[in-house]
Ligand binder design. Sequence first.
Ligand SMILES: Cc1cc2nc3c(=O)[nH]c(=O)nc-3n(C[C@H](O)[C@H](O)[C@H](O)COP(=O)(O)OP(=O)(O)OC[C@H]3O[C@@H](n4cnc5c(N)ncnc54)[C@H](O)[C@@H]3O)c2cc1C
Ligand code: SF4
Ligand code: SF4
Length: 451
Amino acid sequence: MADVPDLQGVLDNDLCIACGACVLADPSVQLHLHPDKQIFEPTGPGGRDAAEVCPAVQVDFAHLQDLLFPGQEQTPYGVVHSVMLAQSTDLDRNLRASSGGMIKELLVELLDRPDVDGAIVLQHVAGLHFEPGLIRGSEEVDRLPGSIYHNLPKHRVLELLEEHDGRFVLVAIPCELEGIYNYITKKAPHLRERIHTTIGLLCGWQYSWHSIRAICQFKGADPDRIVDVSYRGGGPVGKLRIWTEDGKEYAASRRIDVGYQVAFDRTFNTPRCHLCINHSNFLADIVVGDAWLPSTVGTKTGISLVINRRPASEELVRTLAERGRAVFTEVTVEEIKESQKPRVAFGNFAYAYADHLRELGRHVPDMDGPNKVATSPSSRTEVEFFHRELERKLELQRQGRYRRLYVRKLTRELRRFAARYWEWFAVRILRIKSIKGEREELPREMLQIFR
Ligand SMILES: Cc1cc2nc3c(=O)[nH]c(=O)nc-3n(C[C@H](O)[C@H](O)[C@H](O)COP(=O)(O)OP(=O)(O)OC[C@H]3O[C@@H](n4cnc5c(N)ncnc54)[C@H](O)[C@@H]3O)c2cc1C
Ligand code: SF4
Ligand code: SF4
């Protein structure tokens, strides 16, 4: 693996995802919210120790998977024991959650076990600030937020693991686990024993804080007076809701609000997300995401896609079902591909974009995932076009010219914007691929157990 002297390349290319590994590895490093980029990143480049653990510098997936799942076959979906669709039977928990409410069910089950001393999970602090905290009892689970899509500093996970003896459950997005395991394998192997189970989220992207700032501008809210935010809940897709100090609530449909489509366009992602090849969370014991399948589109409350990477994870879901707390049906890896799209599952865009940036002499993370064997790289034209658009739009974001981006979406981007909607409508609602026989849908009777 590359010998990189510091984090300068990460900083110059905005590639930090705020996992916090460098903060623990190098005492000179702290994270701050960069005023122009609106992402958390180190205040300075630190040194070799910081670079050595940084997942924006390198991730050795083959090594980490061997370590975590010794002797198991590494498929393009990572190590897979079984795949399920699942849903909490607790209607309120399911409705408040982002998809099927499975993470909270799993947490309740694990926290009640004698060999688990707590769970390190994201909690709300104030306003837009959320940070990892330690919960000890299952009664605390329903106070946790649903999915939070803006970039957040995660160094507290490793700090909490260092501070507390015992065995803990971790809930984490994929790149967070990359940082955690980079740090543990290179700097603190003793911490591995403190991890009881990792519950991973599937993750397509996260956003810089420009997204929230932009949507606030479109809705007339003051982003500096936000007291809380919720991106999901109330149904399978859910609304973005923002509450401000004066007691007002601002809401935006995540599907049809044009302002939302502008502010949560992929150019608002933290830039490393464009290079991410680990959306399916290869390092987690059990992975939970949304079941975005044509056959689940009719759900009223949301269904989770669950990837069990260990027999013990599958056993956990079966136990929940036996106790009447969840329902599930077994599916195949085809449903991972269908739900996430090959572009995301196999890094079609990310591998091609990394090659392009390398050619331009930019720093990119050194990482090949188990999915590289199945990748079908995006075309050079697509990658070059995206890069040009990204550079221009990042410039506008950093100047706070969000209205310019709104106008752009409705003028020069209108055709592409409309095409994306049409594709979604044709595939998910009209089920054109199924009708043409290009894809097999799950039989209706398999899904009758879900709301
Ligand atoms: C940034 C992000 C991007 C995602 N992208 C996708 C995607 O593209 N496709 C897909 O299928 N699923 C994605 N998910 C996962 C999805 O939104 C749900 O979180 C997942 O299906 C679990 O749903 P649930 O109903 O069980 O969870 P919930 O009951 O909603 O629980 C969510 C749990 O995750 C924790 N959490 C919330 N946000 C974060 C965060 N940012 N970092 C760490 N922990 C967090 C909370 O503390 C809570 O314990 C994403 C999640 C996040 C956070
Ligand atoms: S990605 Fe993680 S390790 Fe790398 S600079 Fe950001 S916080 Fe530090
Ligand atoms: S897409 Fe990848 S890099 Fe981006 S937040 Fe999700 S796991 Fe991290």
